[in-house]
Design a protein around this ligand. Structure first.
Ligand code: CDP
Ligand code: CDP
Length: 225
C-alpha cells in the first residue's frame, strides 16, 4: 500500500471490531486506536469518584481534568489514565455495564471526538468505535461496519470469558449486549449508525481471518484505482 490511509471500523458490541482492527493495523504497519477504551476510561474514573453517571456537567469537568493515553506496547495496547495503567480495569463487567450511560452525553462525546481527531490527523491509522465513519473521521478512505447476530455476539463474549477463567451466564451476557446496543443506537448524539459510504460485513459465520482479509481487500482496491 503506497499512500497511508484512515480505516474506520464501527459496529455493535462483540462484532469483532477490535480483534480485526488490530490484525489489519499489524498487516499494514498502521497504528490502532481503540476509542471504546477512552469512553471506558472516563467511566472507570467516574465510578471511582462516585460521580452520578447522569450528571453530565460533573462528568464533563472530570474529563477535562483527565489524561487518557493509548500506548502501543509489545503485548498490545495499554491504556493509561492520569499515568496509571488501567488496561484490565476498564474491561470489568462494572465498567462495561455503565459505559454507554457515560458515552451518551453530548459534551462527553464532543471532547472525545476532538481528542480522537487529533490522534487521527496523521494517516496510517485504523480506528474502531461506534461513530468513527460518521463523525470522527468522516473522510476515512475505507469505512467498515461490522455486524453479527446478537446470539453469535453473546456466544463470542461467553467464550472469551471462559478463556479468561470466569464462569459467565450466556443469557445475562446477551441481555447486557442488547441493553448497551439499545442505548448506543438510540442516543441523540452520534448514535451507532452505519455511514452511508461504509461497507457492511456480516461476520456471524465468518472467521476472524476472513473478516480481516475482507477489509484488507477493500484497502488494496484503492491501490488499483
Ligand atoms: O468492545 P465493545 O464493543 O464491547 O465496547 P467498546 O468498543 O470498548 O465500547 C464501549 C462503549 O463505549 C460502547 O458500548 C459505547 O457506549 C461507547 N463508545 C462510543 O459511544 N463511541 C465510540 N466511538 C466507542 C465506544
Ligand atoms: O471489538 P468488538 O467488541 O466489536 O469485538 P471483539 O472484542 O474484537 O471480539 C469479540 C470476540 O469475538 C473476541 O473474543 C473474538 O476473538 C471473537 N471473534 C470471533 O469469534 N469471530 C470473529 N469473526 C470476530 C471476533
Amino acid at each position: 500500500m503506497s499512500k497511508p490511509i484512515a480505516i474506520a471500523i464501527d459496529g455493535p458490541a462483540a462484532a469483532g471490531k477490535s480483534t480485526v482492527a488490530k490484525i489489519v493495523a499489524r498487516e499494514l504497519s498502521y497504528i490502532y486506536i481503540d476509542t471504546g477504551a477512552m469512553y471506558r476510561s472516563i467511566t472507570l474514573k467516574a465510578l471511582e469518584n462516585r460521580i452520578s453517571l447522569e450528571d453530565e456537567k460533573m462528568l464533563s469537568g472530570l474529563l477535562d481534568d483527565t489524561s487518557i493515553e493509548l500506548i502501543q506496547g509489545e503485548d498490545g495496547q495499554r491504556v493509561l489514565v492520569d499515568g496509571k495503567d488501567v488496561t484490565d480495569e476498564i474491561r470489568t463487567e462494572r465498567v462495561t455495564n455503565n459505559v454507554s450511560d457515560v458515552a451518551k452525553h453530548p459534551t462527553i462525546r464532543k471532547e472525545m471526538v476532538g481528542r480522537q481527531q487529533l490522534l487521527a490527523t496523521k494517516r496510517g491509522v485504523v480506528m474502531d468505535g461506534r461513530d468513527i465513519g460518521t463523525h470522527v473521521i468522516p473522510d476515512a478512505e475505507v469505512k467498515i461496519f461490522l455486524i453479527a447476530t446478537v446470539e453469535e455476539r453473546a456466544k463470542r463474549r461467553y467464550e472469551e470469558n471462559l478463556r479468561k477463567g470466569f464462569n459467565p451466564d450466556l443469557e445475562t451476557l446477551k441481555k447486557e449486549i442488547e441493553r448497551r446496543d439499545m442505548i448506543d443506537s438510540e442516543r441523540e448524539a452520534a448514535p451507532l449508525l452505519k455511514a452511508e459510504d461504509a461497507i457492511e460485513i456480516d461476520t456471524t459465520s465468518l472467521t476472524i481471518d476472513q473478516v480481516a482479509q475482507a477489509i484488507l481487500t477493500e484497502v488494496r482496491k484503492l491501490d488499483k484505482e
